[in-house]
Design a protein around this ligand. Structure first.
Ligand code: PLP
Length: 408
């Protein structure tokens, strides 16, 4: 038997079924018209932002990293809740525009921005988190051509990283950002050539569950930003301090101690170095905002035995849930939180392997998991599906196509 990860708080049972936003799993599927289905919960999104606002100093804004879940209904729901939006492509810019987000609230990071993407962003006043000298030059030239001063912040590649982070994105040679020692010269060039100076973006990593690691990284970020801003000599209108807040996915994972992070940040914000005193500060969070608000529902199509092992074969799989299948940056596959949604209140009595419908042994949703006895037609729930699910999985693989998505 292998345990499954911890089911996030806030999910209920109605008539023995998993319920989200007051609706039973079977009702949600009926409403969407089909499985597989991603359900995103407004109540979870609201609650998570409220927890953050309560814990963080008022001075520190919250940006939503759109790549975690770019579904337009989710972006639209986040619009009045958060302060800014971080995008990583002109496709994400178009999605933000579609739901009416003011471009001045948007910043654009990403190591390979094409000229047409730079132009689309500069034209509407999106802040570019500039990733290289070359990108800076191209942005200036495009700004000149279209008669618009580009709003530019520099993404700094720091020499430190967020410890225990799931994906390391700072420290040493990286395709992301400008090495810290080259930042002052580039900033002065960009400002000298007419860019509107917006400050710095320092992202140190992702999916950390240790408050200590995050507190340490934030201290390093503030210190580095202050030193660079002093050297640049034009202040730092805005400092995007990165994020890295993780969520529990696996057995033994413990939720982040948000209160401690907030208290440490409040202390630092009260004693900022002079050069940052007037800076607007923000964190950028993806999965922490939306990950636990999503559930993936998939229907059992077949139940079979092989050499004494029971397989529940679903109509979903890694084409929607690459991360849960264990194929998105994991070394050892572990079970995401999962359940039989249509028998949510029933006692777990049998060990099963829950798999997807793709013709590959990689397509696993839960291995050797203890579940209530389930039959063909029952619904399986995979939790923590609100981030890096639908948009981060190869939905064209094997031709089954994308899942349905609803916000309730
Ligand atoms: C991916 C990414 C994020 C969001 O990461 P999460 O782990 O989802 O919070 C934030 N900022 C940048 C620059 C990123 O690349």
């Amino acid at each position: 038997m292998k345990p499954v990860g911890p089911i996030p708080a806030g999910y209920e049972t109605i008539d023995g079924e998993l319920a989200i936003g007051g609706m039973r799993a079977s009702e949600l599927v009926a409403e969407a018209g089909r499985t597989p289905l991603f359900v995103y919960s407004r109540a979870h999104l609201d609650a998570r932002v409220a927890q953050l606002r309560a814990a963080l100093p008022e001075r520190v804004g919250i940006n939503y990293a759109v790549k975690a879940n770019p579904h337009p209904a989710v972006i639209g729901h986040m619009a009045p809740l958060v302060d800014g939006f971080d995008i990583a492509s002109s496709g994400e810019l178009a999605l933000c525009a579609q739901v009416g987000i003011d471009p001045v609230r948007i910043s654009f990071a990403g190591p390979g921005k094409r000229d047409d993407e730079l132009e689309a962003a500069i034209a509407v006043g999106v802040t570019l988190n500039c990733e290289s000298e070359g990108e800076g030059r191209r942005a200036l030239a495009i700004g000149q051509r279209i008669g618009k001063a580009p709003r530019i912040a520099i993404r700094v590649n720091p020499s430190f990283e967020l410890k225990g982070s799931g994906m390391k994105m700072g420290g040493g040679a990286k395709p992301f950002g400008v090495d810290a020692d080259k930042v002052p010269a580039l900033a002065r060039t960009l400002i000298g050539e007419g860019a509107e100076w917006r400050g710095m973006h320092i992202f140190t990593g992702s999916q950390a569950l240790s408050a200590d690691a995050i507190i340490e990284a934030q201290g390093n970020v503030l210190e580095l930003a202050a030193n660079l801003a002093d050297e640049i000599g034009h202040g730092c209108p805005k400092l995007n301090m990165g994020g890295g807040f993780g969520i529990p996915y696996f057995p033994g994972d413990v939720p982040l101690d948000l209160a401690r992070i907030g208290a440490a940040l409040a202390e630092r914000v009260e004693t900022l170095p002079p050069v940052l005193e007037a800076s607007e500060l923000c964190l950028e969070l993806g999965r922490y905002l939306v990950g636990e608000a999503g559930v993936y529902l998939t229907r059992i199509i077949d139940r079979k035995e092989s050499h004494g092992t029971t397989y529940l074969v679903t109509d979903g799989g890694l084409h929607h849930q690459l991360a849960a299948s264990g194929n998105f940056g994991t070394v050892v596959r572990r079970n995401y939180p999962s359940a039989i949604a249509s028998r949510y209140a029933a006692e777990a009595t049998e060990e099963v392997n829950i798999v997807g419908c793709l013709c590959t042994p990689l397509d696993r949703l839960a291995d050797a998991a203890l579940m209530p006895a389930a039959q063909v037609g029952d619904l399986v729930a995979v939790f923590c599906a609100g981030a890096y699910g639908a948009s981060a999985s190869p939905s064209a693989f094997l031709g089954h196509g994308p899942a349905a998505e609803i916000l309730v």
